[in-house]
Ligand binder design. Structure first.
Ligand code: PPS
Length: 688
């Protein structure tokens, strides 16, 4: 770092800290004469790092404040790295002089090649409180982008240094490089594209060089971003390279194709404030807060355990063992941002984690919540998780079998090999500066009443080895069956039972789909009455026609409007399901992707039972109960499903009710009964 750079660093830092101070005070704080200070200030303003703004009239003496521009904030972050590097080098030299050995400190700009000290602060993208107040007011006039839940998670980790060395959403060149080589254009390892996807409409109104405000879902401005890049990505290529296959069965690929906007924006981010979390505040830590905690506790080595599931006894055993083997402390670092659709909600999980935390020896273990949006990208995800944990001050990371695996692809095979994640991590761990700890498969040995690693048991044929798989646990919970004490802690089981009562007491959604006139409404009505007769749970019918009179009265039948209509029905059904009721939906719902999105929304709260009322278009037209088919044929109704608009036949519905050659009005009881039998076989209804 040259003297010029150091002076600029001190100036930017001071302006960020005390934007309202007088020039004299600032010059003193920077440690230069007023004349030199003026020179520095002028040059920083010419370079676009600092700008002035009028203060309100109440303060008569000081009429301007100096604030960092977005460029200035980025430059400050860059110089901070350089400055720290120099200080570390000086410290190291002093340490060596005093002790004859190196201190182990490694300058930040070398940290991808050597083990990094985990306790030093890392750069964040936030500006000072004063600058933030000002920026926030100015950002009110900027074009705004309302962040999606996933983008909020990404932004939080960008701003707090969790995604260090990223300084914003990836530029096109960095994106290409990350997708192709897992590296930024600087050569630094970074496996996951962190991109800001927006709609074509929004992107077309922007210019390169423009600043935009990034808002959360309530409209609070969290950051600003200078747009340096705007491009249309090749999503199929991204899917292949990053997730291993362009297959919608992968949750992140599905997100990429069906939820993410068409255009990506790239550029540096200036952080104004952290996203607000009302839940478990005391359990959320930024990387620097965790580093400070480890410093304070004297934890030099820390093993992180990533999880998106509740912890049971085997997890407690394996995590503690891993920490003992590495002679380190343990950080339980669960993801509470976005995980795999269908996972146990994070409120329940955190209550479970807190119960398990008491089972570790005092002061050996801590827990912190990570607001990460997972991608389930297996090997790349493991490396990404490792870098994030390194940024959070951890030195070791537990990687298990099939780490962050997304399940099966559309051919029913696993996306990744069971040890691909471990292999990729091992290949890069030295460069990453965080060491992998193997995940041992722990099983209960009944005779010895203890957990042991399966590959260490020598008398396997003489002892009784017990284990309960995740699927089996879910089955037992769903059916209200016993969960033995050797498997989990009573407090954990109690929590899980509290939020996941047996299926016959949970809410669920029956989603009928089929052509107009197929008999959906008739069967749905009969089913509603039968379920109401049984009692126990409130039942709501969201019939296509009725919804269109109330909830969606302003909508037509374009693809966009139909999607909106179905998403609304899905939203209401998910709320009903979440609150323990039964929602029966009966729209046409012609698009498979929309039905799938609704399924995902609902499955986080309860079962989604898709029923295809499979009456052919010819039969529906022959019946033409409402006279609409005739009008559609005459061209008097446009975009009519099956006549002049598409219908994606459900490929794999829970139930297909054949109503061809059946008079639904007469046979409705039988049709509704088929649905009841299906519900019974899924455990959703049961005799008291
Ligand atoms: S969608 O596609 O799911 O949003 O449709 P939905 O809300 O179920 O509405 C379908 C009912 O609206 C009447 N209708 C039409 N259907 C299909 N295409 C066009 N263009 C159209 N215009 C009006 C029709 O009566 C449907 O009622 P059902 O109960 O399905 O017979």
């Amino acid at each position: 770092m040259t003297n010029e750079e150091e002076a600029l660093f001190r100036l930017l830092r001071q302006v960020n800290l005390t934007p309202r101070a007088s020039q004299r005070d600032m010059a003193q704080a920077v440690g230069v004469s007023l004349g030199r200070f003026n020179g520095l200030l002028k040059s920083a303003m010419t370079s676009g790092f600092i700008q002035t703004s009028d203060l309100d009239g109440s303060d008569r003496r000081k009429r301007v404040a100096y604030v960092l521009t977005h460029r200035g904030a980025t430059e400050q972050a860059r110089l901070t790295d350089h400055f720290l590097a120099r200080k570390f080098a000086e410290y190291d030299a002093l340490h060596a002089e005093l002790t004859g050995t190196s201190s182990g400190y490694v300058p930040p700009n070398n940290r991808t090649t050597l083990m990094q000290n985990n306790l030093a602060p890392i750069p964040e993208l936030y500006v000072s409180y004063d600058s933030a107040q000002k920026l926030k007011v100015e950002a009110g006039d900027l074009t705004s982008h309302d962040l999606t839940p996933r983008q909020i998670c990404d932004l939080e980790l960008l701003m707090n240094g969790g995604f260090n060395p990223l300084k914003g959403f990836l530029s096109e060149a960095d994106y290409d490089s990350v997708v192709d080589t897992m590296r930024l254009t600087t050569g630094e390892l970074w496996p996951m594209p962190i991109t800001l996807d927006v709609s074509e409409d929004f992107a077309s109104g922007l210019e390169i060089g423009q600043d935009i405000a990034l808002r959360d879902q309530e409209g609070v401005i969290l950051a600003t971003m200078t747009i340096t890049d705007r491009w249309e990505p090749n999503k199929a290529k991204e899917a292949e390279k990053v997730f291993g296959a362009d297959d919608d069965a992968h949750p992140a690929v599905n997100y990429l194709h069906n939820q993410a906007g068409k255009i990506y924006l790239g550029g540096p981010v200036t952080g104004i404030q952290q996203p607000v979390h009302y839940d478990f505040r005391a359990r959320r830590d930024t990387p620097n807060e965790l580093r400070a905690y480890f410093r304070k506790m004297g934890w030099r080595k820390v093993v992180a355990f990533q999880t998106r599931n509740p912890l049971h006894r085997a997890h407690q055993e394996l995590t503690f063992r891993a920490a003992r083997e590495a002679q380190a402390n343990l950080l339980i670092h669960p993801v509470v941002g976005l995980t795999k659709p269908g996972d146990v909600d994070h409120f329940t999980r955190v209550r479970c984690y807190e119960a398990v935390l008491d089972k570790y020896p005092a002061s050996t273990t801590s827990m912190s919540l990570l607001n990460l949006a997972m991608r389930m990208a297996g090997p790349r995800e493991a490396v990404w998780h490792g870098l994030i944990r390194k940024n959070h001050g951890c030195t070791h990371f537990i990687v298990g079998r099939d780490h962050a695996g997304p399940g099966s692809n559309s051919a029913g095979e696993d996306f990744y090999g069971p040890y691909d994640a471990q292999d990729l991590f091992r290949e890069h761990q030295e460069e990453m500066g965080i060491e992998m700890v193997d995940f041992k498969h722990m099983v209960w040995v009944d005779e010895r009443a203890q957990y042991e690693a399966i590959d260490e048991i020598e008398d396997k044929d003489k002892v009784t080895i017990l284990n309960i798989s995740g699927t089996e646990l879910r089955r037992r919970l769903a059916e209200g069956l016993e969960i033995p004490e050797w498997f989990s802690f009573p407090e954990v089981v109690k929590e899980l039972r509290r939020t996941k009562p047996p299926r016959s007491k949970q809410g669920f959604t029956v989603f009928f789909t089929g052509f107009s006139g197929s008999g959906k409404s008739t069967i749905a009505n009969a089913l509603m009455v039968k379920l109401m007769e049984m009692g126990g749970r409130p039942v709501t019918l969201l019939d296509g026609d009725i919804v269109r009179k109330n909830l969606s009265s302003e909508l037509g039948f374009s693809k966009e409007h139909r999607d909106l209509n179905i998403r609304r029905i899905g939203y209401v059904a998910s709320e009903i399901t979440k609150n323990g009721g039964i929602a029966i939906c009966a729209p046409i719902a012609p698009y498979a992707t929309t039905r799938r999105a609704v399924r995902e929304d609902i499955e986080s709260f309860g079962a989604f039972v898709e029923v295809h009322v499979a009456t052919s278009i010819e039969e529906c037209e022959r019946r033409d109960r409402k006279g609409l088919y005739k009008l559609a044929r005459e061209g008097k109704i446009k975009e009519f499903t099956g006549i002049s608009d598409p219908y994606d036949v459900p490929v794999d519905p829970e139930l297909r009710v054949e109503t061809e050659n059946v008079d639904v009005d007469v046979d409705v009881d039988n049709c509704a009964h088929q649905v009841l039998l299906k519900l019974e076989s899924m455990g959703l209804i049961a005799a008291e």
